[in-house]
Unconditional design. Structure first.
Length: 288
């Protein structure tokens, strides 16, 4: 029989009360000193500019696997100029293919997320974005603006954009306003202070949910494919409803850390519960 826990005050409720399914902890014991140093350097850059570029993380064969699995799944172009009328977006990516799982939980990314957010932070959404030739620039925005809390403030979210094709100024590299994570409530439409994040295929830009950015115009003859993952604090509502999207088959196949990130985790003491229990208890078979 499990020992009964004694809650003396509200402070005790902030701790992990679960017996069996403890909070997901990134495996810091297996992180080498050089990886820790890289993550610390990336984090400093992120705090300074609101974004950090990490180059050449994916091999040519990984890039080809992502292209081969996702390009055939892309459908019509977007429904407005924010989605992009010349941009194809693939939603519910995790239910359709396993090829971006390792990007979502890449150690260079989770190392930064561990520093930014509370344990059991969540994936907020994942998408493929294919900007076609002729696309105009996307309106500037910041990604956690739908949480109605005035700026300046700490970010509630953060995101990665992975260059599956090379990002060039011509083909629609994402544009960013350096240091804009510190801006207040002003609405930015002027693009004169933006810079295009030119990077080789296989690189990623990671940025705060408060950093102003937007997709670039594609003046080239070729499409520009990217994979993007957005993350948020574990006490916020994610944009994508993974509970309705992901089948039991997918839940069995994805890595443990991703399972926690799509909502099979608890923000202590009870946020995320099912029938008073940890949500992992709803899983069939092995991960129960
Ligand atoms: O595709 C890009 O470069 C950026 C897209 C973006 O920021 C978005 O759709 O929210």
């Amino acid at each position: 029989m499990t020992k009964t826990k004694n809650i003396e005050s509200i402070v005790d409720l902030q701790h992990d009360l679960a017996n069996k399914h403890k909070a997901f902890q990134s495996d810091n014991n297996n992180v080498s000193d050089s990886l820790k140093a890289q993550i610390a350097k990336d984090f400093d850059e992120l705090q300074k500019n609101g974004f950090v570029i990490i180059t050449n993380l994916l091999s040519e064969s990984e890039l080809n696997a992502i292209r081969n699995a996702t390009l055939p799944l892309l459908g019509d172009a977007g429904r407005n100029n924010f989605e992009g009328v010349m941009t194809q977006r693939l939603y519910s990516v995790l239910e359709k293919t396993r090829v971006i799982d390792s990007l979502a939980v890449h150690p260079r990314i989770t190392g930064l997320l561990d520093k930014l957010f509370q344990p059991n932070y969540l994936l907020s959404q994942a998408q493929m974005i294919n900007i076609l030739p002729g696309e105009a620039a996307q309106p500037l925005h910041y990604d956690d603006g739908f949480y109605p809390v005035p700026r300046p403030r700490e970010p509630f979210g953060a995101a990665s954009i992975w260059a599956i094709d090379e990002f060039t100024e011509e083909n629609g590299a994402t544009v960013f306003i350096p240091k804009s994570h510190m801006f207040g409530q002003e609405i930015i439409t002027d693009r004169s202070t933006t810079i295009p994040l030119v990077m080789p295929a296989g690189s990623v830009v990671f940025f705060l949910g408060t950093t102003w950015h937007g997709g670039g115009a594609n003046h080239s003859q070729h499409s520009r494919l990217a994979a993007t993952c957005q993350y948020c604090e574990p006490w916020l509502r994610p944009q994508e409803n993974f509970f309705l999207e992901l089948s039991q088959k997918t839940l069995q196949e994805i890595p443990q850390q991703l399972l926690s990130m799509v909502g099979y985790s608890i923000h202590p003491p009870f946020m995320g519960m099912v029938n008073g229990m940890h949500p992992k208890r709803t899983l069939s078979d092995s991960k129960k």
